[in-house]
Design a protein around this ligand. Structure first.
Ligand code: A2P
Length: 282
């Protein structure tokens, strides 16, 4: 598995397995174990996915050394604010069954964000979390929060795929050496994307499937991707992208597919209201 270097020199596997919407108590355990068997060494979960305990169990049962697996989790809004965040970090570590987390993110940009960030910074300084980062942060939100941050976030995890290229945000993140991570790298299975002519013709040329072309393009863009699949063949295929290379022209053809229309707008007040109302515990 190829890796990228983060701004604090930690390395991160370039492709991770995302477990969003895979239920706990079985399915997330099976999916994580299958992903580790398929060769993934980077699992992306979140307190808000409510499947950290399955992920943790699968990691233990895989027999793979903890130090070889990169675990990302995220703090949910209900646990924002300095004191709650300290407890939230402990809860994630307990559910995952680990004594450190590789990367921990603030999942959504609402509530007492900076109080929660302070708790992440302290856990980072204490070595409980090896890297800390942000998620769903737009340029406007970055400008709102950045001056109060002491530790520079290592990553910003946002919606990113050939149709949603976040060009302005990428420029600002690159200026600060914050690496982008892609959620919905395959457009959440969007047929228009997976059947796009440019992508399908590249798939034919390289004897790969459309998903692999997209994930290879994301890799060559220097972005970490978190594809999800419950199908073992596709799961394996999605990390089998390091034996070919898109040319500069092909990269440009992919860059031209941007529609600049994310499915999720973090600045929409309706999203703030909806997400602030989602409770994951008492
Ligand atoms: P499946 O689980 O049947 O493989 P995203 O990661 O952007 O959220 O996309 C996940 C969706 O894309 C799932 O519906 C998944 O279905 C599908 N998918 C995963 N890998 C591929 C691939 N290589 N080609 C086409 N579809 C894929």
């Amino acid at each position: 598995m190829k890796t990228f270097e983060l701004n604090n020199k930690q390395t991160i596997p370039a492709v991770g397995f995302g477990v969003f919407m895979i239920p706990n108590d079985g399915p997330a355990y099976d999916a994580t174990l299958a992903a580790l068997k398929a060769g993934y060494r980077h699992i992306d979960t979140a307190a808000g996915y409510c499947n950290e305990s399955d992920v943790g169990k699968a990691i233990k049962d895989s027999g793979i050394d903890r130090s070889e697996i990169f675990i990302t989790s995220k703090l949910w809004l209900q646990d924002y604010g300095y004191e709650n965040a300290k407890k939230g970090i402990e809860t994630s570590m307990k559910l995952l069954g680990v004594d450190y987390i590789d990367l921990y993110l603030l999942h959504q940009p609402y509530g007492d964000y900076l109080g929660a960030w302070k708790a992440l910074e302290e856990a980072y300084q204490a070595g409980k979390i090896k890297s800390i980062g942000i998620s769903n942060i737009t340029v406007n939100l970055w400008n709102k929060f950045k001056d109060a941050m002491t530790v520079m976030p290592a990553v910003n995890q946002v919606e990113f795929n050939p149709f949603v290229q976040q060009k302005e945000l990428r420029k600002v993140m690159a200026e600060n050496n914050i690496r982008l991570e892609a959620w919905y790298p395959l457009g959440h299975g969007n047929k228009d994307l997976l059947e796009n002519e440019t992508i399908v013709s590249l798939a034919k040329k390289y004897h790969k499937n459309a998903g692999q072309i997209i994930l290879r393009w994301i890799y060559q863009e220097g972005v970490i991707s978190l594809p999800k699949s419950t199908n073992e063949e596709r799961m394996k295929g999605n990390i089998d992208i390091f034996d070919f290379e898109l040319t500069d022209e092909e990269m440009k053809a992919m860059q031209a597919l941007d529609t600049n229309k994310p499915s999720h707008n973090p600045e929409d007040p309706a999203n703030e209201t909806r997400l602030m109302g989602l409770k994951i515990h008492e």
